[in-house]
Design a protein around this ligand. Structure first.
Ligand code: GAL
Length: 634
């Protein structure tokens, strides 16, 4: 699979006289792809039912003739004003019951059936126009589902859809009452029409009610996406893609991914460090201009799974963004490092966002490959450098990683719904486990929760899984490597209730969580031999052997040779020790890496990425700050 670069371009932002020059310069930079169209509905269809394709025809032609391949975006993240005026109830409603207003983007409601019809119509019209155009070689559907918190809506459309969804799932109000435990606080319903969306209640709504609403809302994203897939499939053979976001868990990405050909994501390492990755003040300062050394890798690994092996980065940060609390510039070299890191993790294409910085509107402070005055911005030369390097690049054949991490969206909703401890969050827990694996120099595969074959892996981590799926439980029963399950795994059933007998229910492993504590940041549970749990501690009982204990003599890890249950949330040093011990037991080699250096192995090549602000030495080679090094694997 060749590795390629691209860029996001908005022809509608620039005079047509500039398009050919832009296209030629993109080509000269070594770019292959150019993504266009995804916000341009009001130009494609200026008035209802009247299409204007002339400008887009010319844009596609100009870019294609320059030798670029077009990724055509459907514009459904930006429904135009006339459409909102025609169906004002298509606006999403926030948790306080306020409709979201026109004037930016993503103001639609996933549940609104009329809007879905409009999306199908514009996607079909675009497919008819460009589906067989030789220059259009891929499609992006919509743009960043859930961006600006847009998955959940408490609208009339959502209420109607939710009631129907519940009626189909439970068939009778009695069954729903039983499953949800509505006898608690006199919450029984006599009819599905009495059930509301779970906002504006006096105190927390029933968690089972919230969980079903979260599932319903996720299903609407899947259905919304599928409407456009169905419109485009018969009209094009080009791959269909969506650009997911970082740390966005409100819908089941695996399910959306089933309908698409490639998963892509939008990688803004420095924006994310400031905005949505936990870290100490020291870490935030150390990686201020590089991004967190594990955040990009985590998402590459996750979206490779969502894409069933096919991954792109559809938007790559090129310089300062406009949307994080603070927006520093990348260290020189990072725009190159991020691209190579994506390739090493299996990305087929990396597209920088955006070609030229816009001098107007919301994102005018967001850097591009060119400055607003068309002078090259620093990332342009780095993109050109990567493009040059691709020609003599090392082999990038995919391989199975030695370790796997199971990651589940439904569990993220469960712990949002009932966190029990203020800092218990699924991403945070899974990312803590992932970071420990990466600090040990391991390449990681992320697996969905219904995985049925763990046999390629020597070590599997399954933190925070609400309920083990039947297929995963079956896979664990015959697993010959080491699986570390927990904390907070398999302790609820799908109705968000505590199962009886209490969990976890691990094959041939007698361990039960009998009591759960969440801990404020000031407290910790010390472990024998050093180390500590923070945030979370479960009291275990059972006859399974104890592998690790607390200083107070309680079990911290229990289980057999293969299946072990972890009773708490280890801090970073403790996680390192636990992973080191498990890797030794599973005969998986680990590495002692200098701080900030990270590794990713393909079948034959080891890539090293220096996220640190200073040079580091590895095997006699000095890797500069923001440097990339690769070597053949022995
Ligand atoms: C992404 C989005 C782009 C642009 C970019 C700015 O979230 O898809 O359209 O807004 O962020 O960083």
């Amino acid at each position: 699979m060749p590795r390629t670069l691209g860029v996001c371009y908005y022809p509608e932002h620039w005079p047509q006289s500039q398009w050919a020059t832009d296209a030629a310069q993109m080509k000269a930079t070594g770019l292959t792809w150019v993504r266009i169209g995804e916000f341009a509905w009001s130009l494609m269809e200026p008035t209802p039912g009247t299409y204007d394709w002339d400008w887009l025809d010319r844009a596609v032609q100009t870019l294609g003739e320059a030798g670029l391949k077009v990724v055509m975006g459907t514009p459904t993240a930006t429904p135009p004003r006339w459409l909102v005026d025609r169906m004002p109830d298509m606006l999403a409603v926030d948790a306080s019951g306020r409709p979201r207003a026109f004037g930016s983007r993503r103001h639609y409601d996933f549940s609104h059936m009329g809007y879905r019809v409009e999306c199908s119509r514009i996607a079909r019209a675009m497919g008819e126009r460009y589906g067989r155009n030789p220059h259009v070689a891929a499609w992006q559907i919509d743009n960043e589902y859930d961006c600006h918190d847009t998955t959940l809506s408490y609208s009339d459309a959502a209420r109607t859809g939710f009631r129907n969804w519940l009626a189909q799932k439970y068939q009778s109000p009695e069954a729903l009452n039983l499953a949800w435990g509505n006898v608690f606080w006199s919450m029984q319903y006599e009819s599905f029409d009495q059930i509301d969306v779970p906002n504006l209640t006096v105190t927390e709504p029933n968690p089972a009610h919230v969980m079903d609403f979260r599932r319903y809302s996720s299903d609407q994203v899947v259905a919304f996406n599928r409407v456009q897939v169905d419109a485009l499939r018969p009209l094009t053979d080009a791959p269909l893609i969506h650009n997911y976001m970082g740390r966005t868990l409100t819908f089941d990405h695996y399910k959306v991914g089933e309908d698409l050909d490639i998963a892509s994501w939008d990688s803004y390492p420095i924006g994310f460090l400031s905005d949505r990755v936990e870290g100490t003040a020291k870490e935030k300062q150390t990686y201020l201009r590089q991004g967190h050394p594990d955040n990009q890798a985590f998402h590459h690994d996750l979206y490779r799974a969502v894409g069933k092996g096919r991954l792109w980065v559809m938007e790559q940060q090129p310089g300062p963004v406009n949307w994080a609390p603070y927006n520093p510039a990348p260290l020189p070299g990072m725009a190159r490092l991020w691209a190579w890191e994506a390739f090493a993790h299996g990305a087929e294409a990396v597209c920088y966002f955006r070609w030229r910085q816009a001098p107007f509107a919301q994102e005018q402070m967001h850097a591009g490959l060119l400055r607003p005055d068309s002078t090259p911005a620093p990332a342009l030369a780095e993109a050109a450098q990567v493009a040059g390097e691709i020609d003599d690049m090392p082999a990038l054949d995919a391989t199975t990683a030695p370790v796997a991490l199971i990651f589940d969206y439904e569990s993220a909703w469960a712990w949002d719904t009932q966190p029990q401890g203020a800092d218990f969050e699924m991403f945070r827990l899974a990312f803590a486990a992932y970071r420990a694996l990466r600090r040990a120099g391991l390449s990681v595969d992320i697996l969905p929760p219904d995985t049925s074959d763990l046999s390629p892996y020597g070590l599997v981590l399954a933190p925070g899984l609400m309920t083990l799926s039947d297929s995963l439980r079956a896979a664990l029963a015959t697993y010959e490597g080491i699986a570390l399950i927990g904390p907070r795994s398999d302790l609820k059933n799908r109705d968000m209730a505590i199962p009886l007998p209490m969990g976890p229910s691990l094959p041939d492993t007698d361990v039960t969580v009998v009591l759960t504590e969440s801990l404020p940041p000031s407290d910790k549970i010390k472990l024998q031999g050093g180390g500590r749990f923070r945030h979370w501690f479960e009291h275990l009982e059972g006859t399974a052997p104890v592998h690790l204990s607390t200083k107070g003599g309680q079990p911290a890890i229990m289980g057999g040779d293969n299946l072990r249950y972890l009773a708490g949330w280890p801090d970073d040093d403790t996680f390192d020790g636990i992973i080191g011990g498990l890797c030794d037991a599973a005969s998986i080699p680990t590495l002692q890496l200098p701080e900030g250096l990270r590794v990713r192995d393909t079948a034959t090549t080891r890539f090293l990425f220096n996220y640190g602000p200073k040079p580091v030495t590895w095997n006699g080679t000095t890797i500069p700050a923001a440097g990339v090094h690769w070597e053949a694997l022995p």
